[in-house]
Design a binder for this molecule. Structure first.
Ligand SMILES: [Zn+2]
Ligand SMILES: [Zn+2]
Ligand SMILES: [Zn+2]
Length: 182
């Protein structure tokens, strides 16, 4: 937990130049700090139940994603979890780890960002999820509703389409940034 927090601060120093407010003001960051440990424990439990292994690289990738409330690209993630001063992890290893995390529903891939975000909600991989992606603070909220699930299923049914990835990506301004902005 301490390690993840220090990572978040480390990145905060570099990536936040364009931000109008720091992590302290961003509810997304607070959400992730509060729920990361619980989500990691859930991932470990699920792996045990499914007879799968949360290998060191899978775990590191998941921890690094939980340490940031914004979506992280695969190469950026490789930099964050490669040993300091050591060799950078091969992209193929990162992608394999990410594929596993996405398949198990621990992480979501956001197509519009070509990046990954840790799931705080325990969504299954087949769940219909709406992502509210804030362009100002970079935070991502997730939501789902029976009505949306039904609507998406009806559309797919009409088109005789079998979905493998059911995500709605909505880009805009989160509640906090709307109120803080001009
Ligand atoms: Zn935010
Ligand atoms: Zn989720
Ligand atoms: Zn925002």
């Amino acid at each position: 937990m301490t390690k993840m927090q220090s990572n978040a601060h480390h990145h905060g120093e570099h990536d936040h130049a364009s931000h109008t407010h720091g992590d302290e003001a961003c509810r997304h960051a607070v959400d992730h700090r509060q729920h990361a440990a619980e989500a990691l424990a859930r991932a470990e439990r699920i792996c045990r139940e499914r007879g799968l292994r949360l290998t060191p690289i899978r775990r590191k990738a998941l921890e690094a994603l939980h340490a940031d409330h914004r979506p992280v690209g695969a190469y950026d993630l490789a930099d964050r979890i490669s040993p300091e001063g050591g060799r950078r992890l091969a992209p193929i290893s990162i992608y394999r780890a990410l594929d596993f995390l996405v398949e198990q529903g621990f992480v979501h891939r956001l197509s519009s960002k070509n990046a990954y975000v840790a799931c705080l909600h325990g969504h299954g991989a087949n769940e219909v999820v709406a992502f509210l992606i804030c362009e100002v603070c970079g935070g991502v909220d997730e939501d789902s509703s029976p009505a949306m699930k039904k609507a998406v299923a009806a559309i797919a049914e009409t088109r005789q389409f079998s979905p493998s990835h059911q995500m709605v990506e909505i880009v805009g301004r989160c509640e906090h940034c709307r109120n803080a902005g001009p």
